[in-house]
Design a protein around this ligand. Sequence first.
Ligand code: UT7
Length: 321
Amino acid sequence: MSEVFARIAGTGSYLPARCVTNDELSKTVDTSDEWIFSRTGIRERHYAADNESASDLALIACQRAMKAARVDANDIDLIIVATSTPDMVFPSTACILQDKLGVKEAIAFDVQAVCAGFVYGLATAEKFIRTGAAKCTLVVGTEVFSRIMNWQDRTTCVLFGDGAGAVVLKASTEPGILSTHLHADGSYRQALCAPGTVENGKIRGSPMLTMEGGAVYKFAVKAFEDVAWEALHANGLQPDAIDWFICHQANQRIIMHAAKRLAMPDDKVVITVDRHGNTSAASIPLALDVSVREGKIKPGQIVLMAALGGGFAWGAAIAKW
Ligand code: UT7
């Protein structure tokens, strides 16, 4: 029997209509375009409307990815949603999305790896496909981080945005996802967290995001470099074999710092954080979709993805387009 691979057959994304620039934000938060842009590369971000949930954003991203992949609801047999801002405590956002998409009988579940969630989801879907347990999967990162912002904390509330990105991953006789590499270290769990929980009908602790920015920055640069080398070595590749480096879009300085350590030229580094802010699990699939639709990523090219988020959880994936 010939080997089964998992290939990305289509991408899609969705950004809520409301776009907020740094200047607009600085009317209500003690900040400035100059500070935000020079420290992070962010110019603007999108915020979901009050009646838009993570599954609503995911629905449009998935519909666009399915159209690009030329598949319909009957083809989908697995849905993995990466989110830290689910519609509700349970059921999973994936089950809600399955119903909204009109998909019947597909396996559906969420993965929780914060900003690394999409890479975790991709790695999981790839294993389902390679073992024959699924043939046509949706992997979607979707977030409404604006709902967990502490608007009194200017060190975090200016950084994040809402959005969704999706890929259709299909079984193929040709290699697509070349390898995935996942890591976690829970001893850092307090560096980036939303520690509140629901208890006896009340919220216990703060449900808002807190971050030790400097500690995350330092860890992220090293983790991106190390996990990228791990992925390159696993495939016998050098950085010059990579056509596009798509890092989690949290901060342009972190991305360029990591790219420099990998000797990756600037023109191979995808930047969307300027337009999207940090959309957590949605950031990599959003950047993938933008790059495909802008005509950057072309068939046959090699894409290196790397992500890190709360946990810490981090990982990388190399895909042949
Ligand atoms: O998605 C998960 C991954 N997350 C990340 O990768 C984020 C990693 N961390 C970062 O990107 C950066 O650490 C930040 C962008 C969060 C912060 O940048 P920084 O250069 O490390 O700034 P800082 O925290 O050292 O703050 C420098 C100054 C402080 O003022 P003082 O104490 O020096 O007077 C802050 O109070 O900047 C001040 N500051 C601000 N000023 C204007 C902090 N936030 C703001 C703000 N506007 N929004």
